[in-house]
Design a protein around this ligand. Structure first.
Ligand code: AMP
Length: 397
């Protein structure tokens, strides 16, 4: 079956067409600047060069129309419309309602709408994507795959904040966690690579990308994760603060005369390694170059980022009563031996040691610990689209 995977943002739409039998990507692409001037669709059919079409995209309905046209047109198309057997949608927030992927129906749409106030930037965009696909492909089954679902196994002591309990009861304020599809995929794949049953493993997954999160996966279930009610909590990220004292918000607002929206923008867009490096860059390739060249801001940012990861690994080792393997994934985790080395060098306390030669790997599955390391260190590239396609196929075959 050919599965269309859709990841819909407020002004963008990423897509992949995946063959569920071979698990090959038949076409992948991106619609950018939806609803904004200068919109375009960029896509690469399997075995062909990248195609870019600059064209107006006033809304997501038009974007989906263009995706279907790209997939099915005579010249460069890869399928006919009736060959698309199902659509898998990445949904950011499933609240407490969704503990796994589900076939989309009216009730599911209503439930996604109901938790939209927990992810006001993401869930409405995800819903627009679902509705646009339903319009363009009536009768084709659709599946919702939630970023939060994998983390729903967390125990109460891990997901509750030290807030008055009534806020949880009234508004559902708690830790939900994100990147769940990635944490789930990587932990399962790590067990396969290690040739062990995931039910016998204590794993820590470090998803280090522009957004970054870390999770403790014990016996195949998530028992803790660093992102919270929103994806702002936890690790220091590309432009997001991660953990800070909540009083900082009021302090900055008063000192700089900022509104709530403005300070939110500071915390989400102007902070993280970008802010710490005095706006040198949010991209670790630039920061790595800066670090090597002796740039103080780059060193400050990368060292603070790495220290936070090590601190969480210590906490999650305690939470699970030990750790068998630590997995690095996403843009930085898969590609930056430099950052992995700084992190791994901080893990001597659990007997972990890195093999410098193996650690030069980029974007490939690889054990990077040395033979005498007490904990396995490994690079496991994530594949959220494939995980979404697998769930979609499993529910629609
Ligand atoms: P992601 O959010 O998973 O797509 O990761 C994107 C981030 O990965 C970029 O912003 C870079 O910071 C980082 N990245 C990608 N490639 C490399 C690389 N070769 N070396 C270091 N960092 C990289």
């Amino acid at each position: 079956m050919k599965i269309l995977v859709i990841n819909c943002g407020s002004s963008s739409l990423k897509f992949q067409l995946i063959d569920s039998d071979s698990e090959q990507v038949i076409c992948k692409g991106l619609c950018e600047r939806i609803g904004i001037d200068g919109s375009r669709i960029v896509y690469t059919p399997e075995g062909k060069d990248k195609i870019t079409i600059e064209t107006p995209m006033p809304d997501h309905n038009k974007a989906i129309e263009l995706v279907i046209e790209a997939l099915t047109n005579k010249e460069n198309g890869v399928v006919s419309l009736d060959e698309i057997g199902a659509v898998g949608h990445r949904i950011v927030h499933g609240g407490e309602k969704f503990t796994k992927s589900v076939v989309i129906n009216d009730e599911v749409i209503k439930a996604i709408e109901d938790v939209s106030d927990l992810a006001p930037l993401h869930n409405p965009a995800n819903l627009i994507g679902i509705k646009a696909c339903q319009k363009a492909m009536p009768g084709v089954p659709m599946v919702a795959v939630f970023d939060t679902a994998f983390h729903q196994t967390m125990p109460e002591n891990a997901y509750l904040y030290g807030l008055h309990y009534s806020y949880y009861e009234k508004y559902g304020i708690r830790r939900y966690g994100f990147h769940g599809t990635s944490h789930s995929y990587v932990s399962k794949r790590a067990a396969e690579i290690l040739g062990k049953d995931i039910k016998d493993l204590k794993l820590i997954v470090c998803h280090l990308g522009n957004g970054a999160s870390i999770s403790a996966v014990k016996n195949g279930e998530c028992v803790d994760t660093s992102m919270g009610l929103t994806p702002l909590e936890g690790l220091i990220m590309g432009t997001r603060t991660g953990d800070i004292d909540p009083s900082v918000v009021e302090f900055i607002m008063k000192k700089e005369n900022l509104s709530v929206a403005e300070v939110n923008n500071v915390l989400n867009k102007k902070s993280g390694v970008f802010g710490l490096s005095n706006e040198l860059s949010s991209d670790f390739r630039d920061l790595e170059d800066g670090y090597v060249a002796g740039n103080a801001g780059a060193k400050r940012a990368v060292d603070a980022f790495s220290y936070r990861v090590v601190k969480y690994i210590g906490a999650y080792t305690a939470a699970m009563g030990g750790v068998d393997a630590i997995c690095f994934t996403a843009g930085v985790g898969e590609n930056s031996g430099f950052v992995r080395k700084i992190i791994c060098d901080g893990l001597g306390f659990i007997g972990a040691s890195v093999n410098d030669e193996a650690n030069t790997v980029r974007g490939k599955e690889q054990i990077i610990s040395s033979a005498d390391s007490k904990v396995t260190l490994m690079v496991v590239p994530t594949n959220e689209e494939l995980a979404i396609a697998r769930d979609t196929y499993a529910l629609c075959k």
